[in-house]
Design a binder for this molecule. Structure first.
Ligand code: NAP
Length: 199
């Protein structure tokens, strides 16, 4: 399995707040997230999963990492029991270790491409899952959105890793876009790949 990280962070390394909220409004980044993750398997930490309010994202398989998968899964199933849309929801799997996953558990549409080769699995955060992925998993690519905003505060969740093993794919880097009605701070997109993978 190979993995790709997708994250947005501010100039000071903030990726969110302790209450799980994101302290900026950037519609184009949300669209970018949707474009990159749709049709894939995603891995998310339980704290970030809680912000989904038991509503998994469409056309994606969600793997939630938690040290108590039995409880997290029971909480989720309980919430679905009260919801008549339950059978339509995309799959969610709760695990403590990714080793517990078997390909048979994954929707082939999200796991395999049109040539039946495994697609990359998307690591969507938060901070503890990014750290875990970078130290333990075969991460080959990072989709990074840089938001130009300084957020000084004790309640910020920061992820300040410098991605030393990776380098930019210059053809994928955008200029810094300015502010508009849908994007309240300047921002730019970068794609980083493992140094050994740069052509
Ligand atoms: N800007 C972005 O791109 C972006 C993306 C995603 C999230 N965020 C932000 O990130 C923040 C949350 O980050 P966070 O670090 O506090 O929480 P997190 O990574 O979302 O989730 C942490 C939880 O994941 C589980 N976990 C972590 N490592 C594990 C491991 N090795 N094995 C098994 N389970 C593991 C544990 O769940 P249990 O406690 O259940 O054991 C842990 O408490 C929020 O503010 C969110 O908005 C930002």
């Amino acid at each position: 399995m190979n993995f790709e990280l997708i994250l947005a962070r501010s100039t000071d390394g903030t990726i969110g707040l302790e209450d799980g909220s994101i302290p900026w409004r950037q519609k184009r980044d949300m669209q970018n997230f949707k474009d990159i993750t749709t049709g894939h398997v995603m891995v998310v930490g339980r704290t970030t999963w809680d912000t989904f309010k038991n509503r998994p994202l469409k056309n994606r398989t969600t793997i939630v990492m938690t040290h108590d998968p039995v409880k997290a899964s029971a909480d989720y199933l309980l919430s679905l029991g009260q919801d008549h849309k339950f059978p339509k929801y995309p799959p969610v799997i709760f695990v403590e270790h990714l080793d517990a996953l078997h390909v048979d558990m994954l929707n082939p549409e999200h796991f395999l491409d049109s040539s039946n080769k495994p697609k990359p699995t998307m690591i969507i955060g938060g901070a503890s899952i990014y750290r875990y992925a970078l130290s333990e998993l075969n991460v080959t690519r990072i989709h990074l959105t840089e938001i130009v905003i300084d957020l000084i505060g004790e309640k910020n969740v920061r992820f300040t890793d410098t991605f030393d093993k990776f380098q930019d794919r210059p053809q994928h880097a955008t200029p810094t876009y300015g502010i508009d009605d849908d994007n309240h701070n300047p921002y730019r997109f970068r794609t980083l790949v493992l140094k050994s993978n740069v052509l």
